[in-house]
Design a protein around this ligand. Structure first.
Ligand code: ADP
Ligand code: ADP
Length: 228
């Protein structure tokens, strides 16, 4: 599903953020990416959805090599990957419905399909009743649920989340985890960078730990492994 082979990333300022990453993530896996601040977690994740291009190495998503991708083909591959951010990144002038519908409008789905699919995902995140609200009328947890709905409305096989619970209180964070679990149960591969020790140690999954741009640990049903 996702394969990284000898991936290196040096930023233009000379910072070496990834130093030879090799990993394979199978279809349907749920993976936590952990490590200290500055370890390279975000860079790892950004390379996975081609927000950053590796300096060297290859990243295969369902057989397509992201590193070799031409600019004009990036959108097509991005559609296979739902992305969830710590700070939600919703469009403030669009309603909840419109934020979620956006990705489907871009690919010119019919209005009927759009309505059906958006309502389906809003049901999944339990926000159907907020469809007409604007992001600033919602709590942080609700905004994150909208952003998750947006990330899966295209039915991507892979969902990538960069500290999705980072801005949320613990109780709200658990609600977000339930939704990500549901998406995983429906077959999506989920990769999630997190600093949430409680979640990692309670909902046991594969844990990939990154330090200094290298994978230093990769365990099934692993532990968070750092003090907070
Ligand atoms: P983490 O997500 O684990 O905190 P990052 O991937 O954000 O780590 O950062 C890894 C290293 O790369 C850090 O030293 C960081 O300062 C650096 N870095 C991240 N993004 C950029 C960028 N756009 N330009 C230059 N350096 C960056
Ligand atoms: P399909 O939904 O096309 O019949 P699957 O059920 O096998 O195919 O799901 C394929 C992908 O679609 C999954 O990885 C998942 O991300 C997404 N998906 C499936 N059902 C839903 C749904 N109701 N809401 C959001 N995403 C879904």
């Amino acid at each position: 599903m996702i394969e990284m082979k000898d991936v290196w990333k040096t930023y233009p300022n000379g910072v070496m953020a990834l130093n030879g990453i090799d990993t394979y993530i199978e279809k349907g896996e749920f993976v936590y990416v952990v490590g200290p601040s500055g370890a390279g977690k975000s860079t790892f994740i950004k390379c996975m959805y081609r927000e950053e291009k590796p300096t060297k190495g290859s990243i295969l998503i369902q057989g397509t090599d992201l590193a070799k991708l031409r600019e004009r083909n990036i959108p097509k591959v991005r559609r296979k990957i739902g992305v969830v951010f710590q700070d939600f990144k919703l469009l403030p002038k669009l309603t909840v419905f419109e934020n979620v519908a956006f990705a489907l409008e871009v690919i010119e789905e019919s209005p009927r399909t759009i309505r059906k699919r958006v309502n389906e995902v809003l049901d999944l995140v339990k926000l159907r009743d907020k469809a007409k609200s604007f992001p600033d009328e919602l709590s942080g947890g609700e905004q994150q649920r909208v952003s998750i709905a947006r990330s899966i409305v295209n039915r991507p096989p892979v969902v990538i989340a960069d500290e999705p619970t980072g801005n949320l209180d613990p109780e709200t964070a658990w609600g977000i985890m339930d939704i990500l679990q549901e998406i995983n149960d429906r077959g999506a591969t989920v990769v999630m960078a997190t600093h949430n020790k409680d979640i990692v140690n309670t909902r046991k999954k594969r844990v990939i730990a990154i330090e200094g741009g290298r994978i230093v640990r990769d365990e099934q049903k692993g532990e968070y492994g750092y003090e907070v």
